[in-house]
Design a protein around this ligand. Structure first.
Ligand SMILES: [Zn+2]
Length: 397
């Protein structure tokens, strides 16, 4: 896209084109007067922009019958090819491929995943992703030339201004790297990168539990704890693209380890030290033996194992306390809990709800729905697909 200065005539024209494309994307096949009504732009302005976009091949005009009248409607010109999403975790990478013209939560043409060593460096991770991507394209019978863009999710803050991965300790092998630039060179396609909690948010917003929610929160509870925010119907990335780090809100810094433990960010008592998968299994391994998984803890808890139930309940309580503050400030309509710990279901969500009601400003949490994510383990790879699609729509229409 042209980097026109915001506020300049070229910047205004580009912003208006974006608004027209967004209106067409939202409505499917609107008329020009429908676009004018949706965007608030003057009919003549809409007409000029639609004419230019049709000429460029980004919109296709057709005649439709609405209310017995023949009208001229426009739609986005279908994009051929596929997009890929890549979801990096602390110990895994997952790749999914979808058709760009007909995306959806159930439209993954192929999906591949592999384990990675904890603390892996970026080069190793990207090599693994490139191999999985080739494998997935081959499995789906898609020639490499049809790959239009790749979205990548990382469990780390990515500075939107510089593209650099920040915060040592989360993915130490990636800090200081510009993954979009490195991956674009390696894969030879456009690559867009964002934080994985934000990608879970995009996926749940497009195809899951945040559909048609104008103010919502997606919370990822895994090795890392992070949130993605939807405000006024749009994902909110903040000044540097790193908004939503709920895992580093201090819940209580007064206790001994593991609560009140020193966090990898340098503070003590961050939510993540109280409510990550490592904390949950770490508290129970002395009783149940190591190595322990979240699946085993949840199975034990469902079977009535009191210590497992207690640890999940305490985890929900800590998360609810942090979310209480968030509710007081933002008053969301729905909170969606995803990540590995979401499989605990009501064992985690019920105490979370009680703590939320206790710690939010009276009234602020009353109408908030709390639910588990709908897309499960696919949420982040689907979000990476959604990010790649955003890029394709922005550059192809
Ligand atoms: Zn922290």
């Amino acid at each position: 896209m042209n980097a026109a200065r915001p506020g300049s005539p070229a910047g205004l024209r580009e912003a208006n084109r974006r608004r027209v494309l967004d209106a067409v994307l939202a409505a499917g096949e609107p008329t020009q007067s429908g676009i004018a009504a949706a965007t608030g732009l003057a009919p003549a302005t809409v007409s000029n922009i639609v004419r230019d976009l049709c000429r460029e091949g980004r919109l296709t005009a057709s005649t439709a019958v609405r209310g017995g009248r023949r009208v001229r409607a426009v739609r986005l010109t279908p994009v051929r090819g596929v997009v890929a999403g890549v979801d990096f975790g602390h110990r895994h990478v997952r790749v999914g491929v979808q058709p760009a013209a007909a995306p959806g939560a159930d439209r993954l043409l192929a999906e591949r995943a592999t384990d990675l060593a904890e603390g892996h460096d970026a080069g190793v991770g990207l090599d693994a992703a490139a191999a999985l991507l080739d494998d997935a394209l081959t499995a789906a019978g898609i020639p490499r030339a049809e790959l239009l863009a790749v979205g990548i999710g990382l469990p780390a803050p990515v500075d939107a201004r510089t593209g650099v991965v920040g915060e040592p300790g989360i993915l130490p092998g990636w800090v200081g790297i510009r993954p979009a630039a490195v991956a674009a060179e390696r894969l030879d396609v456009p690559v867009v990168v964002d934080n994985d909690a934000l990608l879970g948010t995009l996926a749940e917003q497009a195809w899951g539990a945040l559909q048609e929610v104008s103010d919502g929160v997606y919370l990822k509870l895994s090795d890392g704890v992070g949130a993605g925010l939807v405000l006024d119907g749009r994902p909110y990335r903040g000044r540097a693209g790193t908004a939503g780090e709920l895992g580093h809100v201090v819940v209580d810094d007064s206790g001994g380890p593991p609560g009140g433990a020193v966090c990898r960010c340098g503070n003590r008592g961050c939510l993540e030290t109280w409510a990550s998968t490592a904390t949950v299994v770490g508290l129970l391994e002395p009783l149940l033996g190591a190595p322990l998984t979240v699946e085993e803890v949840v199975a034990r808890a469902r079977g009535g194992h009191a210590p497992s139930r207690r640890v999940l309940a305490d985890t929900g309580g800590h998360v609810g306390r942090a979310l209480g503050g968030l509710c007081s400030v933002l008053t969301p309509a729905r909170i969606v809990v995803g990540g590995e710990l979401a499989q605990a279901g009501h064992l985690l969500l019920d105490p979370l709800r009680s703590a939320l009601d206790r710690w939010a400003l009276p009234g602020a949490a009353d109408g908030v729905e709390v639910t588990t994510a709908r897309l499960g383990r696919h949420a982040h790879v689907l979000g990476a697909v959604a990010l790649a699609l955003e890029h394709v729509v922005a550059s192809h229409g």
